[in-house]
Write a protein that binds this ligand. Structure first.
Ligand code: NAD
Length: 516
């Protein structure tokens, strides 16, 4: 590590206090770090699963023992309230470790495959799940503990090494994760590398077997292009622009409270934050009244926290100004004090504005009215992103019909976005949200690769299809074709069976076949 030009902020967004200095990793150090990870991975993958569980459970114990210290650090680096850090990040870690240790065993087991004994006599096959090798985990700053661990924990349990690059905005939480692993894993198996996009890009370009990337669309494109050059698989969890649909029959008290949380938790800096509401016109007035009352009851610092960076504040301000300039009515909020941007609800008339079309990643909530379920679905789907969406209603059957039409990876009915914290449910999206799948056994399709193993116990001198083919194999092949072809007549099929009965036993015994 060296003290070269620092990409790291040294001022807390929460209170302006000074944060400890961080040293960046030299890109030229990466080959040695990745090389050590490769060596350690071989040892680690050979260890029994129980030993891997033990290490991860010890890690969990350390995180929980230092839970309040960690929540404070997360709050200082991101500006989110400590209670939110404790609930959504620290406690979520315990669930991630527990769930993966409980379920991963059967998911990693070999999968036997029944082969047709006539076509493949005396052969046994199965599919093994093989660790990828070294996984580069590159993460954003908005959930600096919970997000990386959703991938790091199953990656390690599946037998991989991990080189983790935290965001340059939250390097201290990244270092904390590294500290909690100290001494629990083979040397080099888990490494934290610090730096900005240059270090991220250099890591992606190194001898990596899989890149698990979460972040912006722009960076995701670059990561995908770099991986494609070398056929390295990559998972991309990118942006979102989630919609909440409020039907006429919704429980409006619950919808208002849930949508306020879904829009403003972590100051809206959540890939699955509600950034669009489509409310049925018949209940728009009472819904907005309840929503505004809820939002007005929120206190900056206690409930919502600050934006994390000046850059994010600038985006929010730009989206807000443009919406207002295009006629949006500010129903509440709209003011900023330092990095604290008040939770803001906008009634939108002209939807061709960034607040409706782009990811804001901040506490702006545009509300629009719709006349029907179909209109709500069509407008929710008219979006480049497709992470999650929610439907607020008392009619479950209608909601399920609507859910099947939403172009998103996750749909919640009468709730929003929290399923990202449930390790058994896949977190995924479509469109510019990217191709990633985090959580659940589906994530193992990425963190491992399938290996086919076949054992042949056939003692015959040759297989049907082995050389020398001679001319004798042809009548067998033709007979098989006749038998498989749906249009063959009974007579043709009988002649084909006769040909097989004549030629096959001789072929398997390795006897010369009669010439045609
Ligand atoms: P970002 O893309 O700027 O940075 C993310 C990470 O990528 C950082 O560690 C950064 O240093 C690194 N990086 C940047 N350029 C890189 C490159 N060319 N090669 C390799 N690494 C590079 O994103 P951010 O501002 O930290 O995070 C906000 C974005 O993340 C939002 O768009 C948000 O929606 C998205 N996000 C998505 C999910 C999800 O699950 N889909 C979750 C959280 C955040």
């Amino acid at each position: 590590m060296s003290d070269t030009a620092s990409p790291f902020s040294t001022t807390s967004p929460r209170d302006g206090s000074t944060l400890s200095p961080v040293r960046a990793t030299e890109p030229s150090d990466l080959p040695a770090i990745v090389g050590a990870a490769h060596r350690a991975q071989e040892l680690w993958a050979a260890r029994p699963l129980e030993a891997r569980f033990e290490a991860l459970r010890a890690f969990k114990g350390r995180v929980l023992d230092r839970g309040t210290e960690l929540a404070t650090l997360i709050s200082l680096e991101t500006g989110k309230p400590e209670v939110e850090a404790l609930l959504a990040e620290v406690l979520a870690t315990a669930d991630v470790v527990d769930a993966w240790c409980k379920h991963i065993g059967p998911w990693l087991e070999d999968e036997p495959v029944a082969l047709d004994a006539t076509s493949y006599p005396k052969k046994e096959a199965w599919i093994a799940r093989v660790p990828r090798g070294v996984v580069a985990v590159i993460m954003p700053w908005n959930y600096p503990l919970a997000l990386p661990l959703r991938t790091i924990v199953p990656s390690l349990l599946a037998g991989n090494a991990v080189v983790f690059k935290p965001s340059e905005v939250t390097p201290r939480v990244g270092a904390f994760i590294g500290e909690c692993f100290q001494g629990l894993l083979p040397d080099g198996l888990f490494a934290v590398v610090q730096g900005g996009r240059d270090v991220g890009a250099a890591l992606v370009a190194d001898r990596i077997d899989l890149v698990a990337f979460t972040g912006s669309v722009a960076a995701g494109r670059k990561v995908a292009a770099s991986c494609a050059e070398r056929f390295v698989p990559c998972s991309l969890e990118l942006g979102g622009k989630d919609a909440a649909i409020v039907r006429a029959d919704a429980d409006l008290d619950r919808a208002a409270a849930g949508i306020a949380w879904g829009a403003f938790t972590n100051a809206g800096q959540n890939c699955a934050a509600i950034e669009r509401v489509y409310v049925h016109e018949s209940v728009a007035a009472p819904f907005l009244e309840k929503l505004i009352a809820t939002v007005k009851s929120l206190t900056a610092r206690d409930d919502m926290g600050s934006l994390t960076t000046e850059a994010q504040l600038a985006v929010v301000q730009r989206h807000f100004d443009e919406a207002v300039q295009k006629g949006a009515e500010v129903l509440t909020g709209g003011s900023a004090e330092g990095l604290y941007f008040a939770p803001t609800v906008l009634r939108i008339t002209d939807e061709r504005c960034s607040a409706v079309e782009e990811e804001t990643f901040g506490p702006l909530l545009p509300v629009m009215t719709v006349a029907s379920d179909d209109e709500a679905i069509a407008r929710a789907n008219a979006c480049r992103f497709g992470l999650t969406g929610s439907i607020w209603t008392r009619d479950e059957a209608a909601a399920e019909r609507m859910a099947s039409k939403l172009r998103t990876g996750v749909v919640t009915i009468n709730n929003h976005s929290f399923t990202g914290a449930i390790p058994l449910l896949p977190w995924t999206g479509i469109g510019e949200t990217g191709t990633g799948v985090t959580n659940s056994h589906h994530a193992l399709d990425l963190l491992t690769r399938p290996r086919t193993i076949l054992v042949d116990r056939n003692s015959a001198p040759r297989e049907l299809w082995w050389m020398p083919y001679g001319t004798a194999l042809a009548p067998i092949a033709r007979a098989l074709l006749t038998l498989k072809r749906p249009g063959s007549s009974i007579g043709e099929k009988l002649r084909a069976v006769l040909a097989l009965l004549t030629h096959l036993p001789k072929r398997w015994r390795g006897l010369p076949l009669p010439k045609n």
